[in-house]
Design a protein around this ligand. Structure first.
Ligand code: ADE
Length: 357
């Protein structure tokens, strides 16, 4: 049986220790750090207020009916707190959560094993659910709908189907690409929500909370300066605070002020929009080589030496939301705002006033 991968504190303590572990693909940066600062309740979870309000009602209703929650699907750009929110829901429901991701559920026995390990009421969280293969999806359908598994035994003529009941559980799926989910899978989620980018004010609250946990001294303006360059994303804000704190400690007295945050982020080449060198080379390429676009994503990826998927999943959501990039049927285009932001005078390939590199 294969279960779950990283040592997330939301996971059940006992089961997966005894089981062989399937590592999902590259576990992003320092999971232990991320876990240590994850909020565990709605009170400490900042932002996504409309979603939180809906979830509180759903949770209260499920508790009163003494029934598990409907299956939930969260979608939106990476780093906005989908896993964190799933953990908060489990905590608020008073149930355990098992966390895995679709790439770790490659073989039928992976998904069967994890489903059979669930206890009544538990939450199963599947990250990157759009990457689930067809076989795993089909195993999941009756499990989600009627809480059973159809297992086959024997070979050819002697094959028998065994219907195995499962405890009632809640599936929480998370995806950065809701459009890539198959229709039948999407339809089996009772609740579907999009997570929004955070405002600077919300991010500055996240930063102050994290600073408190990590015992980092920071003032209001310092927190806001980091927030402004965090692309509306708590995961980025929490990453930057560590980098800025290192700088504050080595170059100053350890306290993060506006000036120190700005100095440090300038050195990291993160500009006042939160764009990094990859974002800027992407936009600059479209301006300088393709006269503002449109140009295909594969061409962009090859030219800047980045993976097309990384560009689509990681760079683009914020650039689109910030109005610095547009997706058209003929490819990616930049906007007049992009020219202004990068210091170009007009929509003319040769009119660069200054380079931000
Ligand atoms: N850390 C990451 N996401 C957070 C959130 N939404 N609220 C508080 N702290 C966080």
């Amino acid at each position: 049986m294969s279960i779950i991968s990283d040592d997330n504190d939301f996971q059940t303590q006992s089961t997966h220790k005894k089981n062989p572990v399937v590592k999902p693909e590259a576990i992003e940066f320092d999971k232990n750090f991320e876990n240590s600062i994850r909020p565990k309740s709605f009170d400490t979870y900042i932002g996504q207020s409309a979603l939180k309000d809906t979830l509180k009602i759903t949770i209260e209703a499920a508790k009163r009916r003494e029934k598990p929650l409907d299956h939930l699907l969260f979608y939106g750009p990476p780093g906005l707190g989908k896993t964190t929110l799933a953990g908060v829901i489990a905590q608020e429901m008073g149930v355990e959560i098992k966390i895995t991701s679709a790439p770790a559920l490659e073989r039928p026995r992976d998904i069967i094993g994890i489903l059979m390990s669930l206890q009544g009421g538990e939450i199963l969280f599947i990250d990157e659910i759009h990457r689930l293969n067809k076989v795993a999806e089909e195993i999941l359908y009756p499990a989600m709908e009627d809480f059973y598994l159809d297992m086959t035994t024997g070979k050819s003529q002697t094959v028998k189907t065994l219907r195995v009941p499962l405890p009632k559980f809640t599936l929480i799926g998370a995806t950065t690409k809701a459009g890539e989910l198959s229709g039948p899978l999407r339809d089996r989620f009772g609740i579907i929500h999009r997570l929004e980018f955070y405002t600077d004010k919300e991010l500055s609250q996240v930063i102050k909370r994290t600073a408190g946990i990590l015992e980092i001294e920071i003032d209001e303006k310092g927190a806001l300066a980091i927030a402004r360059r965090s692309r509306g994303t708590p995961r980025i804000a929490n990453r930057l605070i560590k980098r800025v704190s290192d700088y504050a400690l080595v170059k100053h007295d350890g306290k993060i002020t506006e000036q120190i945050a700005n100095e440090s982020l300038d050195i990291l080449k993160i500009d006042e929009f939160g764009l990094d060198t990859t974002d800027r080379s992407l936009l600059k390429l479209i301006i300088e080589k393709y006269d503002g676009g449109p140009v295909g994503i594969e061409t962009i990826a090859a030219a800047i030496g980045e993976d097309a998927r990384t560009i689509e999943d990681v760079c683009e959501p914020f650039l689109l939301q910030a109005g610095l990039l547009q997706r058209t049927p003929r490819g990616r285009k930049v906007s007049p705002e992009t020219y202004r932001h990068l210091g170009y005078k007009t929509k003319n390939a040769n009119s660069a006033q200054q380079s931000l590199f």
